[in-house]
Ligand binder design. Structure first.
Ligand SMILES: [Zn+2]
Ligand SMILES: [Zn+2]
Ligand SMILES: [Zn+2]
Length: 175
């Protein structure tokens, strides 16, 4: 990893040739981190993308005045704001984007977060609120989703049935 390579990557981003390579992004994070508790340090040293990484880069960018610094941080911000579009499994769900990082299944209604996995911002996994793996999709379109006790169920008169009393680890069923 040479400084020259990183400078070329930043210049390519500035010229509209796409986002940084992972190695260049991690090198920039190493240059810009503000201590070992920072999100930039976690990314530089371990390749871990914390949820506060983009905010940290944004804060650095807001303070930067030098043109070269602004290019470096702008390229890094663009890299960390890339959406995740490569996932190894959707667990049989048919996900559509709900809001922010959350995706909802069009069939069963379950909702999971999509989080980056590893140091490549574009690769990720669907996870529950505590980072665990989702359940496989039941394919049951009648599952009544929402927090337990607030589920509107068409399958019964509120007496309780498989559609409203299901056990699901998704975000809607677990606060
Ligand atoms: Zn599903
Ligand atoms: Zn029911
Ligand atoms: Zn659920």
């Amino acid at each position: 990893m040479t400084a020259e390579y990183v400078a070329e990557e930043v210049a390519a981003w500035r010229d509209g040739c796409g986002d940084l390579e992972v190695s260049a992004a991690r090198e920039l994070a190493a240059q810009w981190h503000g201590g070992q508790w920072s999100a930039l340090y976690s990314y530089a040293s371990a390749g871990v993308i914390r949820t506060d990484l983009a905010d940290e880069v944004r804060a650095e960018l807001a303070d930067a005045t030098d043109a070269r610094d602004r290019d470096e941080l702008g390229a890094l911000l663009s890299f960390v704001e890339q959406p995740v579009f490569v996932v190894w499994s959707s667990y049989g769900h048919h996900f559509m984007h709900a809001d922010e990082d959350t995706y909802t299944c069009m069939r069963c209604g379950a909702a999971y977060d999509l989080r980056p996995d590893g140091d490549d911002r574009t690769h990720g996994d669907y996870v529950t609120v505590d980072g665990s793996e989702p359940d496989e999709c039941t394919g049951d379109e009648w599952m009544a989703h929402g927090y337990p006790g607030e589920r509107v169920c068409d399958g019964c008169d509120g007496e309780g049935c498989d559609h409203c009393n299901h056990d699901c680890p998704c975000l809607l069923c677990n606060s």
